[in-house]
Ligand binder design. Sequence first.
Ligand code: NAP
Length: 489
Amino acid sequence: MSFDLVLFGGTGDLAWRKLMPALFQAFRHGSLPEGGRIIGVARDDLGDDAYRALIQERFEGVEGAKRPNAEEFARFAALLHFVRMDLSKPEDYARLAKALAERDADTVVLYLATAPGLFTTACEQLAAAGLNTPRTRVVLEKPLGHDLESNRAINATVRRAFDERQIFRIDHYLGKPSVQNLFALRFGNALFEPLWRREHIANIQITIAEDLGVEKRGAFYETTGALRDMVQNHALQLLCAVAMEPPIDAGADAIRDEKLKVLRSLKRWTPEALSQHVVRGQYTAGSAAGHRVPGYRDESGVDARSTTETFVALRAEIANWRWAGVPFYIRTGKRLAARDAHIVVNFQPTPHAIFRTPVGAGNKLVINLQPRDGLELHLLAEGQTARDEARRGAAQTLAPVQLDLDFDKRFGSERVGAYERLLLDVIAGRLNLFVRSDEQEEAWRWMQPVLEHWRGDAQGPRPYAAGTWGPSAASAMIARDGFAWAEEA
Ligand code: NAP
């Protein structure tokens, strides 16, 4: 099967940091179908050779095993081409059409890795140039809009140009190996299903913590913030993966129908919930990795009086038979104490205690997403040493132990990274790990009251020092329910 993968924004940050390395890994693993072309598109005046040289130069900075050797790069470079075009100029689309006609590939992937402001114009013009054939797939990066209304407007325009089955909305968290393993754990094993419900689960926590600040993307972040950047998409998709019912099969619509049902079941916001169950924060100066770092308002491209949130913690509930009453806590932020993304499923304690247990210890399943990925099952076991035995009182004390599933150890270098998997899925036309428009709109609909509440809230985000776990109000929020965040437990 031949393919043309057109990378709009082929010289940009995303193309370089994520897409090109993923394509190279797929090439190296032999999973990229033969006879393909990767066509970079940007306004820069580059030819094929200059584009190849640019990509080669960037690969030279890559450390370790991910760096291609000269022979490998030469073979990979033969796939690379470049078309100069300005997406805002209708006349430039003919140049792309001509380049695509030269090959007439079985599949044409149009990957919009460029400013979101160009998405609608690009889709309209691609259709006007006749580039929306049944063989075409279009890939859209986040963010798709900044609220419900703008998201609907973008989706409506894109759907005028392409059929929903041709539209691949990327959420790269869905491509992460641990998320695949969460699906495998839940729907390929019978062990957890009887426990996966309100009777046995006390609460679920989803944390996506970054230790970095906004780096060079201050201007972008000012108009986005943590809720739009991380919660609307990644965190809610993770919540769906944990909470959805078993789909009737592994097909894209069966999976997406179940995720949509979760989003529709999210309890709507009341004024009380908006004031009690959402905490927004903004980092101030502090320390990260032993260095003094500036506060958000001192970052370049950021307004000195900015009220953009760099941290959000919220409590959600799913109003259905499986989950009624179980709190789902979501937390994400920049300049936190660690780079750490995980989901913790905290099971109920034993109904009656005959052993002593350390405070905060209990049964939990931890799905680690980054920096390491894997699953940990936390149990309590008898682990007395001879010294403990001498001090033993009336009750026996149990110690926390952990069963670790280390996927790297089992599957090693054969494992496929998130963008690699997603790019291969687009080329193969598999929509399972991509977000349907109704899911995306439902996520925006649920978040819209939070955005509106903040707009009218004079208090603004709560400050937290860089290098900490966010404002103390986030701990107070969860403590009101009698629980604690994983690192506090
Ligand atoms: P970027 O570094 O600013 O790159 C933008 C790319 O688009 C460049 O190649 C640029 O090249 C090209 N471009 C800009 N205007 C153009 C036009 N009118 N016609 C044709 N090409 C044009 O942006 P980015 O960070 O890669 O982000 C791209 C998209 O991915 C955005 O939607 C962003 O929100 C999303 N995203 C990025 C990241 C990330 O980590 N960077 C993560 C998630 C999502 P020329 O200026 O030479 O035309």
